[in-house]
Design a protein around this ligand. Structure first.
Ligand code: DON
Length: 315
């Protein structure tokens, strides 16, 4: 049966009802604390926005709160690297396979030969991908990621949360270890600290769920902005992103999420989830209390329930 979202008057009540049902579960999660600045988020916040192909956006809850994209930004550094270098060069330094390990795991980097990170959604893979972005300096490379997000969201005020950026930069020993290991193995070339800086900066780009759903609908629409009709991302690269979202977007919970929600999605430890329902809609969710896999606890439950309610699974 086709989903019920065609009934416009039902959209907000449905989103509200699901929000009420799942938000108490946020209590069972915890906000990320390994980036100290993130521990200041309010664990009970829950915001959701849905943007349809006609550009109409519906929001409930804390949809105006800004949060840092964190790992969601890995999709957009990947897109810029693909546009700068093409898939052959990108997939020479990063693989296409899920890991079954946590997002910051170091173990397979050494045990797999060649020492290539398994995919661009884990930290090691995203750091390797960031090293491929062309530009005179870190600012120019960051601006390419930011400009793409501004065009996709239509929000030209998007920027970096300097507090979160500095907080991550000061505490990122694990990511430094990954990056220096990759430099030693010949995966990363150039100045490792510059590569890390670009990675921390793009992870610290701030947005609301309204921005995220507007960005997600462009991926859902094969790279074409649904209103301006501009092709912002080549369709082939939008397809690569959505494939990674299904196989690796929720880390070592991607299999369960594919079964329970069936929507290409990418999470971040800031509490955001970007979800793209192919040829239908973009969804942005924000709930900073995380589950043990580092995904928004209430956010995952919200998407699972919405998927059932509107019949959104792609499988
Ligand atoms: O590198 C980190 O640890 C963070 N900047 C991003 C990690 C992240 O968002 C994992 N997502 N669930």
């Amino acid at each position: 049966m086709e989903g019920l979202y065609w009934n416009e008057h039902q959209i907000i009540p449905t989103l509200q009802q699901i929000r009420e049902r799942v938000s108490p579960y946020a209590e069972k999660g915890e906000v990320a604390a390994y980036i100290p600045e993130l521990s200041k988020s309010s664990p009970r916040d829950l915001g959701v926005s849905v943007t349809f192909l006609n550009g109409a956006t519906y929001s409930v809850g804390d949809s105006a709160k800004r949060f840092t994209l964190q790992s969601i930004s890995k999709l957009f550094s990947l897109l810029i690297a693909l546009m700068d270098r093409g898939p052959d060069e990108v997939f020479a330094v990063v693989g296409k396979e899920p890991t079954g390990d946590p997002f910051n795991s170091i173990v397979k980097l050494e045990t797999m030969t060649p020492h290539k990170p398994l995919n661009p959604m884990i930290n090691a893979g995203a750091i390797a991908v960031s090293s491929l972005i062309k530009g005179r300096d870190v600012q120019e490379r960051l601006d390419k990621v930011l400009d793409l997000l501004k065009q996709m969201s239509g929000n030209h005020t998007l920027g970096v949360n300097q507090h979160v950026y500095k907080s991550e930069r000061a505490t990122a020993d694990r990511n430094r270890a990954l990056a220096y290991f990759m430099k030693d193995s010949g995966i990363i070339e150039g100045d490792v600290e510059e590569v890390l800086d670009l990675y921390f900066l793009h992870c610290s780009i701030e947005a609301t769920t309204e921005d995220v759903s507007a960005i997600a609908v462009v991926l859902a629409n094969n790279g074409i902005h649904p209103q301006t009709k501009q092709q912002l991302v080549p369709p082939e690269y939008a397809r690569i992103c959505k494939s990674f979202m299904v196989t690796c977007g929720m880390y070592n919970a991607s299999g369960a999420f594919a079964i329970d929600a069936g929507i290409p999605a990418k999470s971040g430890v800031g509490g955001g989830i970007l979800a793209s329902v192919p040829n239908k809609m973009g969804i942005g969710v924000y709930g900073p209390a995380l589950n043990d896999k580092g995904n928004s606890l209430a956010g995952v439950l919200f998407l699972e329930e919405l998927s059932k309610e509107w019949n959104l699974s792609i499988f």
